[in-house]
Design a protein around this ligand. Structure first.
Ligand SMILES: N[C@@H](CCC(=O)N[C@@H](CS)C(=O)NCC(=O)O)C(=O)O
Length: 78
């Protein structure tokens, strides 16, 4: 399994859609909030050029869009 980090923030409804999905399936991965931490914001900015959340980092490669993130887990999480 690649190294996964979900960049997300509690106030973001698209992030909650993803985190609820993960919780319902007992998928436990590291979460980072770029709106709560400057270093994390800088990491996200370096990866994507912006601050859009949610963003799933897959071995350092960003995947944006909540529906695409959920689809990635459907296809790849065994
Ligand atoms: N279509 C995107 C929408 C994501 C989105 O709008 N995220 C907002 C927060 S709720 C955001 O990150 N806005 C700041 C930005 O795009 O720089 C998805 O489904 O993930």
């Amino acid at each position: 399994m690649p190294e996964l980090v979900l960049y997300q923030s509690d106030w973001c409804p698209f992030c909650r859609k993803v985190t609820n999905y993960l919780k319902n399936r007992n998928i436990d991965i590291p979460l980072k909030d770029p709106y709560a931490d400057a270093a994390t914001a800088s990491d996200l900015m370096g990866m994507t050029g912006g601050r859009q959340v949610p963003c799933l980092s897959i071995d350092g490669v960003p995947l944006l869009e909540s529906d695409d993130i959920i689809r990635w887990f459907e296809d790849n999480w065994k």
